[in-house]
Design a protein around this ligand. Sequence first.
Ligand code: ASP
Ligand code: MG
Length: 421
Amino acid sequence: MKVFKFGGASIENTERAKNIASIIQDYSHDQLLVVISAKGKTTNALEEIAKNYFNHNTTRANELFEQLKADHDQYARELLQDDFAATDKKLQTLYLEIEWILNEEPVRDYDYYYDQIVSVGELLSTLIIVSFLNKTAEQAVWLDVRDILKTDSNYRDATIDWRATQQNTDQLIRPLFEHKNIVITQGFIGSTDENNSVTLGREGSDYTAAVFASMCDAESVTIWKDVPSLLNADPKIFPNTVPIEEITFHEVIEMAYYGAQVIHPKTIKPLQNNNIPLYVKCFLDRNMPGTLIHNTDKKISYPPILVLKTNQTLLQVTTRDYSFITEDNLSNIYKLFHSCKIRINLIQNAAISFVACIDSHAAHLEELLTLLHEQYDVKRNENLFLFTVRHYKQEVLREELKNRTVLLTQKTRQTIQMVVK
Ligand code: ASP
Ligand code: MG
């Protein structure tokens, strides 16, 4: 069995949806578990709806949801033509579930509502795609991933219950392949044991693909993207990128962790641990070589790999009474970050201060600042970048840093990281 993952861009319009359907059909001599995201920018649109709803802008929330419905209806009509009615019924049921939420006052916290609303994007896209695949031949089956992928109730960043999910996979997914070669399911979402919807964090569909690959002992995972292969840097930021044909899991997890938007960082562990190779292929031209990511002892020589993470904030936390930043203060500060679910991208500490580089848009940042202020002095520096270079060379650094001010540097033999302005 193979696992395929298609992201929002690969199905953003009906042309592209037809293209991925033909890719799926061409590979369907193998058993395929296909994980699909919400189409295009649907998740962003749903985030807007969730925000408006929670801020009591019910009219706006409903208005935006009407737009989203119209957009999906048009897309489904175009793809399904005469077969639209049957799918429309299912779409209507999903719409209704969201409308029920939108027309009641919020009584729980934002993250809960976010997940109930945002998770519908993947359900809609997969329903439409599976209907399209089955227009000609009934080869594919739609699976509601929430029946399989079980998590805790840490909304918006749920942690997978591996045991329950494995059990469901064995009981419910394997039998599906006895009758059909293609199983279509949703990335990014799951459910709690009370059957509330959850999400796994933005761009989490890659992770879903990896989870199922490891649970089904798949022979490989392929992530289909709109780029020919992995590159050593984001071409939207850096002009002279080079393709990478082969790379280790270790290298990719470092890139992803520091903000390269290539693959969701959590994707690597389940694949690496189970020795399942990951291919990145281009859905625009499936004959391009793509990239192979795997465990290998082979010595691969890499170009410098550049990652620029935008929207960074430096927090400087200083003790008021001149007590040292040693284990007690450190663990206290870490606890506060942890309690607000804020990830630290880089830290440095000095005698009485602790500096952390974090995402400026971290969800509970204001809450963290309030907590820190109770005990420490806090300075905040905004609009920064975290620049990471693996396999760095001096001339590359010189070139890239020409117009930037470096506020903080950390380096090891392989990696240099700088917070820059
Ligand atoms: N649709 C979700 C998002 O845009 C998940 C994903 O694309 O992987 O974040
Ligand atoms: Mg996406």
